[in-house]
Design a protein around this ligand. Structure first.
Ligand code: B16
Ligand code: MG
Length: 220
């Protein structure tokens, strides 16, 4: 099937339409520095697409501090990280949209194809607002609307359900393994933004959304 044969295209946020991963990294790194260990860019790869709470658990494991804090202390740490992250994204500008995003969304809209955001982030709305792209999406499902984090399919199933579109007519663009697995568990077509070495199980691999300007492709 052609990409334009789907009824709904769902986009992950971080890593697909904007590179906010660098700001997540800076904010988590400051926390790790305070705790006395260093968080590397390689470590950061493990946090992509993962919820804030789970990210903190992974970071504490990396620092050998998995059992060192009470739930209240962890809550405080997650809140402090988010405050720093929000400071970083405060100045986010439209030109930080990843290449091809607006062109691809415009093409989808002109063809009457529905579009959605399916993100783990609880900050998705302010980010989309700063990027001035909210109006492109028929539905936005973020970390505030879901109980179960990716790889659970809830975030993508909710998007399809809200628009009354069967999962098999949906394609998902994702940059994280947890997101690819969530899309597959939802019974949707997973398109990886990244390489087969890092992301397993997708139907197709692209370097970015700029690969979809006026391009069509065949499903296996
Ligand atoms: P927040 P996505 C994810 O966004 C990020 O990739 C991940 O690193 C982050 O921990 C998660 O959102 C939660 O974000 O702290 O803003 O709620 O890729 O699902 O759009
Ligand atoms: Mg992502």
């Amino acid at each position: 099937m052609d990409i334009y044969g789907f009824e709904l295209i769902i986009f992950d946020l971080d890593g697909v339409i904007v590179d906010t991963a660098k700001y997540h990294y800076l904010a988590w790194k400051e926390l790790a520095d305070k705790l006395g260990f260093s968080l590397t860019l390689e470590h950061n790869e493990r946090l992509k697409g993962i919820s804030r709470t789970r990210s903190l658990e992974i970071i504490l494991e990396i620092g050998g501090l998995a059992d060192a804090f009470t739930p209240e202390q962890k809550e405080e740490m997650a809140t402090a990280k988010n405050t720093r992250y929000m400071e970083y994204i405060h100045n986010l500008k439209e030109d930080e949209l990843l290449p091809g995003t607006k062109e691809f969304l415009t093409e989808l809209k002109s063809r009457g194809i529905k579009t959605a955001i399916g993100s783990a982030s609880k900050n998705a709305l302010p980010i989309l607002d700063k990027l001035d792209v909210i109006h492109f999406f028929d539905v936005i499902i973020d970390g505030n609307a879901t109980d179960k984090a990716k790889p659970h399919p809830e975030v993508f199933l909710l998007a399809a359900e809200k628009l009354g579109i069967p999962p098999e007519n949906c394609a998902v663009f994702e940059d994280a393994q947890a997101g690819i697995e969530a899309a597959l568990a939802a019974g949707m077509t997973a398109i990886a933004v990244g390489s087969p070495e890092n992301l397993k199980g997708a139907s197709m691999y692209v370097a970015g959304l700029d690969h979809f300007q006026r391009v069509s492709w065949n499903m296996p």
